[in-house]
Design a protein around this ligand. Sequence first.
Ligand SMILES: Nc1ncnc2c1ncn2[C@@H]1O[C@H](COP(=O)(O)OP(=O)(O)OP(=O)(O)O)[C@@H](O)[C@H]1O
Ligand SMILES: [Mg+2]
Length: 452
Amino acid sequence: MAKRKASILVIDDEESVRRSLERILSFEGYQVECASNGPLGVNMALQDEPDLILLDIKMPKMDGLEALQTLVNQGTKAPVIMISGHGTVQTAVEATKLGAFDFLEKPLDRDRLLLVVRNAVERSDLLQENRELKQEVAKRFQMVGSDASLDQLKDRIDRVAKTHATVLITGESGTGKELVARRIHEQSGRTGRFVQVNCAAIPQDLIESELFGHIKGAFTGAVENQPGKFQLADKGTIFLDEIGDMSLKTQAKVLRVLQENEVEPVGAGKTVAVDVRVVAATNKHLEQMIEAGEFREDLYYRLNVVPLHSVPLSQRRGDIPALVRHFAHQFASENNLPPQTISDSVMRQLSSRTYRGNIRELKNLVERVLILGEAYALGDDSPKSPSSEMALDHYETLKEFKEDTEKRFLLAKLKQFEGNISKTAESIQTPRSNLYKKLEHYDIVVERDIVD
Ligand SMILES: Nc1ncnc2c1ncn2[C@@H]1O[C@H](COP(=O)(O)OP(=O)(O)OP(=O)(O)O)[C@@H](O)[C@H]1O
Ligand SMILES: [Mg+2]
């Protein structure tokens, strides 16, 4: 592993030992720091977070075992290698039970020292990578918010994830159904892949081949054997998104997969066993579709073993500020930008809007604010009654109110006249020069800001 050389903290009361360890390890390219007693060493370990700690057992003040205990209690992540002098080997063995990685005996053997150090560093790197991966996954599938409905949803996900039960997620567009499905897979411990199928996006005549695969020559264009999504999701999870858009014929075939745990590739004439966890989602009312004869009732009951519902944002408006901060943070880290702050005025405006596109719309809006600035992003002319209390709630000062209203008025008029300054100026009865001044003041760029 050609990596950055690890940092090592040596804690030993004997100066000669410290010096020889420092010499040998520095020569190998490690960065070495030394501490001459237990308390100092523990402090340095907690402050500097070295990659590895070498810890003498027999020291005055605080002995190695006590120091180890403190480090473990404080959650130190670095592996600790104990250094045992004559007569303390038994203690060293005990130390490994307490969490020490390994031990070395004095007099120190150079080769054994380097071997043990190398092993420990490798292990430390692995643990670090593992922690980072876990954090990344946790962040990606984080469900932000403290509304009771969300707690309940998370709780249900936790309960159902480890089972093989089929899950049906319902909820309006943009409420996080896909996030729920991914989280279920992430927590399921299933070793296979998460395979998403958007049933609405695949043409009906191709959907069977997409789902179940086909063999070479099954139809024109089938030049190779091809596995379907169910096979790709073997030992994993298949996410049937927009299940309400599936034709009755395909519904019948999916039902069969759920019953038999096997698929029949198009043209194969025989079945293949699969072990797939099915999660489906829809923003349609399947019960109504059943009554209308558009959705199979038997499939509905098969899918709906565990129903999960993600509530619309309008029913959990209290979560908006936390979501805004989350998306601002996410946007900054995805684009390598410094932390982004959201002004109080923007937060007020975002908190009082309605979001028919739910969380997705809110997320897009936050990104727009961060890219374009508050003025462009929020100064739109979405229909709202000008005197509604909601709208007035956004403003604290008269100036803020006047400017914001004026700006929105100008944007709307400019749009109406397709950016033509003369016509706009004439219509609102102000000199062109004044209109230009206003545009400059509000940072409005005609071509860019008035297009939809
Ligand atoms: N509670 C939440 N916390 C953080 N982000 C969320 C939350 N819920 C949804 N999101 C984010 O909102 C966006 C929309 O969510 P998602 O795609 O899961 O919605 P959906 O219900 O599948 O929508 P559609 O029906 O339109 O497919 C995604 O970027 C998702 O990560
Ligand atoms: Mg979706």
